[in-house]
Design a binder for this molecule. Sequence first.
Ligand SMILES: NC(=O)C1=CN([C@@H]2O[C@H](COP(=O)(O)OP(=O)(O)OC[C@H]3O[C@@H](n4cnc5c(N)ncnc54)[C@H](O)[C@@H]3O)[C@@H](O)[C@H]2O)C=CC1
Ligand SMILES: NCC(=O)COP(=O)(O)O
Length: 331
Amino acid sequence: MTAPLIAITSGEPAGIGPELCAVLAAHEWPVRPVVIGDLALITARVACTDRHVAVRAFDASQPPVPGMLDVLHVPLDVASEPGVLDTRNAAYVIRTLDVAVEGCRSGHFAAMVTAPVQKNVINDAGIPFTGHTEYLADQTQTPRVVMMLAGEYGEPRRWMRVAVATTHLPLAEVPAAITPDLLEDSLRIMHKDLRDKFGLVSPRILVSGLNPHAGEGGHMGREEIDVIQPVLDKLRAEGLQLIGPLPADTLFVPHQLERGDAVLAMYHDQGLATLKFATFGGGINVTLGLPFIRTSVDHGTALDLAGKGCADPGSLIAAMNCAINMLGYRS
Ligand SMILES: NC(=O)C1=CN([C@@H]2O[C@H](COP(=O)(O)OP(=O)(O)OC[C@H]3O[C@@H](n4cnc5c(N)ncnc54)[C@H](O)[C@@H]3O)[C@@H](O)[C@H]2O)C=CC1
Ligand SMILES: NCC(=O)COP(=O)(O)O
């Protein structure tokens, strides 16, 4: 049986994504990784690492070779220097995503794993882009997806999984964005994917409040009473195991976290700051609710490290393992 192909988009060319791809050839996988990016760029950046990895153009008719990185060539628009952003390569970054999306939709790829992109340079180039999460939802006409980050922490090792109800939007716009529909859809998507793709038979979800002390009985904001609580009541009546709304500052203390399998936080930094404090470097990001599997690293482009060969590949390995597990393979 031939191993399923996994597309790995190499991300911002000036960042650490291209060199991190070296680890894909240095590891043995039950799947076949195919890096999407510029062949010369990947070759040069992989050479910056101390891994002895050769690079070749991907050819599906050729079997995989240990130590050889397969690259599906998507040409850069201009040469890229490590750490130096160039808006002229923004369209290239988008093209790498489009190749992966098209391949996942057609069944050519079994999943996609993304290296980080520099969101501001894509916008500076005139391409509206808030993140992979929103872009992939748009490209697949999926009305609602959920961003969830996860990683192992503590001794003995435990999983922390944190999803966010709102993703990349200014903080001032968060309260209005938290609607009953958004919360209901997000919780349904989490429940389904945690059960079907993460093997949790009856997932328990901790839901944070929005305001300090979860609104202090309505004296510090009413979103908990007017929006969050009614949604939780409705879904609990259907059998979903939901705990909250909980004050976000104490939700992450160990005895509270142990009551759930995952957290739904109301906004990006409310949930992800703690997650990254506990798991950075080995965590993953997964888009729930998409018609195909997409996982990602937990970090950004790290322009300060690009081209130095010292960036930690732990999160890319974890993102590969997560995709592999979601596909039902043992990683
Ligand atoms: N999935 C994605 O495409 C993501 C993209 N980003 C983008 O990355 C850009 C930079 O974001 P920042 O907030 O500066 O975060 P960052 O993760 O790039 O950097 C934060 C710190 O962590 C270090 N770091 C990051 N990855 C590392 C690794 N693999 N090994 C060792 N050290 C590492 C960096 O050197 C830096 O000191 C932004 O444009 C942001 O939008 C951020 C997060 C995810
Ligand atoms: N902090 C996670 C993050 O910003 C990743 O976003 P995305 O590009 O995966 O949507």
